[in-house]
Design a protein around this ligand. Structure first.
Ligand code: AMP
Ligand code: GLY
Length: 421
């Protein structure tokens, strides 16, 4: 079988790695991939939103299945586009992808199906927004209603903060904004919960806790994710039952009621308040770095899982997970998530201990003349699996110290809630 993966991050390297272990695989392509994927796949330099060129490549190379990693092409309808041209593709269609593409779509769905989420208000202009702010309690959460790579969200401590957020959003800081979303601030602990769905059946695909803030102790600016551990410490059967009954099932019904089916990964970003789940946001893909953290604990051939989804036969497959704990630390370029230098060489890869318990997945890297360069903010993902989180983190740190890349930084406290209690 020939598979093409769209994307170039740590998530896509982890997917490529899992796919490469499958007995079904003859060849993997990554569009466009990174230095890590080039070791196990062939990288193809096409823009992930250039559907026409992607299709031509897939057709010419007789690709059997496409896996879409990031949200952009999904929200822009790549699944509908390719399926119309008879290409098999794993991922949600354009309507379903609105769960991530439009926060207001999701909020309205929550309201209609009684899905627990923060109270909210939607406004189209600054004037109405200011009025709402004047009558609201703080902290107040303010969001731009478009894909903003996790950055279009403000937690405002007072009125002045809120006014500034409204100005920035309507001035186009995150692209043209027709609407603005206000939310009640929920106080609790976050958890990422994943399912995989074929449109008829869905199955659990892991839980994790992501550390989104750049500084230790979960302080500082929001990032794409500085590290994660799985399973989440909050996860238990009683909570899962509530997540499924109150959030996941009504959402899938909502999508069915729109005359379509949800196929692909679905990532529920939850706030757990006193063992009760509230939906903060949906993502229509695996999380990054959650995917890198979760996949090393998957004990079933991932290609068979993808195939069963595309064929709507997910009910026929048993997805098995290792009992091990997994922990991932992201090595970033100095300056991230603000300005950082690009094209910095990274050495010492040969010193790393990589085996069935210790993994390295590349994110913002590029290979040139057999050397590896950092080209992104999040550069490398170090993962270890073990019977316990303490040992997993120790092993991750050992590899990070062997790499000794002095142009980067990482959080040493990933998993502190399960380790340094
Ligand atoms: P989002 O892009 O909607 O996931 O928001 C990014 C981050 O902002 C989330 O991961 C939370 O940490 C935080 N956040 C978003 N909405 C809320 C809320 N209603 N209450 C508290 N924190 C929130
Ligand atoms: N880990 C956050 C995300 O993938 O959006």
């Amino acid at each position: 079988m020939k598979i093409a993966i769209l994307g170039s991050g740590g998530r896509e390297h982890a997917l490529a790695f899992s796919i490469s272990k499958s007995s079904e695989i003859k060849k993997i392509y990554c569009i466009p991939g990174n230095a890590g994927t080039s070791e196990i796949a062939e990288n193809i330099s096409i823009d992930i939103c250039d559907f026409k060129n992607i299709y031509e490549f897939l057709k010419k190379n007789h690709i059997d299945l496409v896996i879409v990693g990031p949200e952009d092409p999904l929200v822009n309808g790549i699944v509908d586009y390719l399926e119309k041209l008879n290409i098999k593709v794993f991922g949600p269609n354009k309507i379903s992808s609105k769960l991530e593409g439009s926060k207001i779509f999701t909020k309205n769905l929550c309201k209609k199906y009684n899905i627990p989420t923060a109270e909210f208000g939607v406004f189209e202009n600054a004037e109405d927004s200011y009025k709402y702010i004047d009558n609201s309690k703080h902290p107040l959460v303010i969001k731009a209603d478009n894909l903003a790579a996790g950055k279009g969200v403000y937690i405002c401590k007072d009125k002045a903060d809120s006014y500034l957020a409204v100005q920035e959003i309507f001035n186009g800081k995150f692209g043209a904004a027709k609407n603005i979303l206000f939310e009640e601030f929920l106080e609790g602990e976050e958890m990422s919960y994943f399912i995989i769905s074929d449109g008829k059946t869905f199955k659990y695909f892991g839980s994790a806790q992501d550390h989104k803030r750049v500084e230790e102790g979960d302080k500082g600016k929001n990032t794409g994710g500085m590290g994660a551990y799985c399973p989440s410490r909050l996860f238990n059967k009683e909570l899962e039952h509530k997540i499924l009954e109150k959030i996941i099932k009504p959402t899938l019904k909502g999508i069915n009621d729109l005359g379509t089916k949800y196929k692909g990964f679905l990532y529920a970003g939850l706030m757990i308040v006193k063992n009760e789940p509230f939906l903060i946001e949906y993502n229509v893909r695996m999380g990054d770095p959650e995917c890198q953290t979760i996949l090393p604990t998957l004990d079933t051939d991932i290609v068979k899982i993808f195939q069963s989804c595309v064929d709507e036969k997910l009910n026929k497959i048993d997805i098995k997970w290792s009992e091990k704990k997994s922990l991932c630390v992201v090595l970033c370029s100095n300056g991230y998530p603000e300005k950082y230098e690009k094209n910095i060489i990274i050495d010492n890869f040969e010193k790393l201990d990589l085996n069935e318990n210790n993994y390295l997945f590349h994110a913002g890297t590029k290979k040139k003349d057999n050397k590896i360069y950092a080209v992104g903010g999040r550069v490398l993902n170090f993962i270890s699996i073990s019977t316990n989180y303490i040992e997993a983190r120790k092993n991750v740190h050992k590899n990070l110290e062997k790499l000794k890349w002095n142009k980067g930084f990482y959080r040493r406290d990933i998993g502190y809630k399960v380790i340094d209690k």
